[in-house]
Design a protein around this ligand. Structure first.
Ligand SMILES: Cc1cc2nc3c(=O)[nH]c(=O)nc-3n(C[C@H](O)[C@H](O)[C@H](O)COP(=O)(O)OP(=O)(O)OC[C@H]3O[C@@H](n4cnc5c(N)ncnc54)[C@H](O)[C@@H]3O)c2cc1C
Length: 382
């Protein structure tokens, strides 16, 4: 990148890169990959010293089928499209995954209408291979499980999200792009005649000019948008931090498949997964917090025991230990309806060449390749 003097306040059509992406999480890297695949030169700026240290490092690593999201929403579309693209990408790049399938279980008659609602939504969303099971059928598949009925989603799985992000970085670099670490975006100024002048901080502050700009900074989406000169403040949505904690099972993992109770308002609910290392993990729950906070309060275990025993009655006392926490970049507060992903382009904010992403919570990992494609299509239609 060039020095500060060279670019200040210039009016130019000479760009250092066609596109600059802010944030090297799964979504920013997928955007960079999609833009690079269109032949554009791409730089991804990341404030941390390594890629994937944000929301993309603290989640369930589940490939979601796309069952739950309202038909026609970006979440429904990107989850299904992203999932369909993700497995072949992982296979081609030798990134570990296990397409283990998922059981959504009703553990009481009262939950059956919620299971029916998920089944109907999954059908409307075009999710492949969904099967309705009786409790006996589900319990035969997973001995030790308790269910009065279940849905089987064979397309769901778990994967190595960090290996995935490394593969995306590799693709961007192989196309001649760059992923620049420890380099936070500080300011983006739209230039006369189009494009952006970018000021980046860190140990080696630098400026560069690019034609297109994508902001995908996860929990910093609101703060980064405010650093784009001329971004209408009224169009920056409120940020809510939706914290979720996980507990790890000491002992043998009881089930092969993911096990999810019906979703709770605002999240998919505490679920079970056998991770790629073969260990059982439960979580995340949902609690709104005022700031990023990754502590795991051991006292929350009591709630986990009660919840998990609804579908795994044999969970032994003392088997759960605090594991890790993640924070969802939510656009809604407690009790408010859950909004869609926001991919705000020039039609929303009036700034040519800019896509600003907000509220990329779950299923953002699963959706990432589809989000990247959508962003690239908007900015660089082929
Ligand atoms: C508890 C939890 C569980 C989840 N489980 C799943 C799941 O199982 N499956 C699924 O599909 N999705 C899941 N999600 C959602 C998924 O993790 C996110 O949607 C996804 O990781 C978001 O990726 P991102 O790239 O947008 O954000 P991030 O990964 O946070 O990346 C943003 C990057 O931008 C960088 N950055 C910030 N500010 C700047 C700046 N000024 N300059 C440069 N860089 C900057 C950050 O350091 C960070 O690396 C879960 C989320 C949570 C919280």
């Amino acid at each position: 990148m060039a020095g500060r003097d060279r670019y200040s306040r210039r009016m130019t059509t000479t760009f250092d890169f066609d596109a600059c992406v802010v944030g090297a999480g799964a979504v920013g890297l997928a955007c960079g990959y999609a833009l690079a695949r269109r032949g554009l030169s791409v730089v991804v700026l990341e404030k941390e010293r390594a890629i994937g240290q944000g929301v993309s490092s603290r989640n369930s690593e589940v490939v979601h089928g796309g069952l739950y999201y309202p038909t026609g929403s970006l979440k429904a579309r990107f989850c299904v499209e992203g999932r369909r693209a993700l497995y072949p990408f992982l296979e081609a790049h030798q990134v570990a995954f296990r397409k283990c399938g998922k059981l959504v279980v009703a553990t009481s008659e009262a939950e059956l209408p919620r299971l029916d609602a998920v089944a109907a939504q999954a059908e409307r969303n075009g999710v492949e291979g969904m099967q309705r099971l009786t409790g006996a059928e589900a319990m035969a598949l997973e001995p030790g499980l308790f269910a009065v009925a279940a849905l089987l989603s064979p397309e769901s799985g778990v994967f190595d999200s960090h290996g995935y992000m490394l593969a995306l970085q590799g693709e961007i670099e192989a196309a001649g792009g760059a992923v620049v670490l420890a380099t936070p975006l500080e300011r983006a100024s739209p230039m006369v005649g189009g494009g952006f002048e970018i000021a980046a901080g860190g140990e080696a502050p630098a400026e560069l000019a690019c034609r297109l700009l994508v902001t995908a900074p996860g929990l910093s989406a609101q703060g980064v948008a405010a650093r784009v000169e001329g971004y209408p403040p009224g169009l920056i949505p409120a940020l809510h931090y939706g914290k979720g904690v996980y507990f790890r099972l000491q002992g043998k993992a009881p089930f092969e498949r993911l096990v999810y109770p019906p979703p709770i308002p605002g999240a998919l609910g505490t679920h079970y997964r056998k991770d790629l290392g073969g260990q059982g993990v439960f979580g995340p729950d949902l609690a709104y917090v005022e700031a990023e906070d990754y502590s795991v309060d051991p006292a929350r275990a009591a709630g986990f025991y009660a919840y998990v025993r609804r579908f795994w009655p044999a969970l032994p006392d003392g088997a759960l230990s605090p594991d890790y926490a993640g924070v969802r970049p939510k656009l809604h507060g407690p009790g408010e309806p859950q909004p869609d992903f926001r991919l705000d382009g020039p039609d929303a904010h009036g700034i040519d060449g800019l896509m600003a992403l907000f509220g990329i919570e779950s299923p953002g990992l699963t959706s990432s390749l589809a989000i990247g494609e959508a962003v690239a299509t908007r900015l660089a239609p082929s």
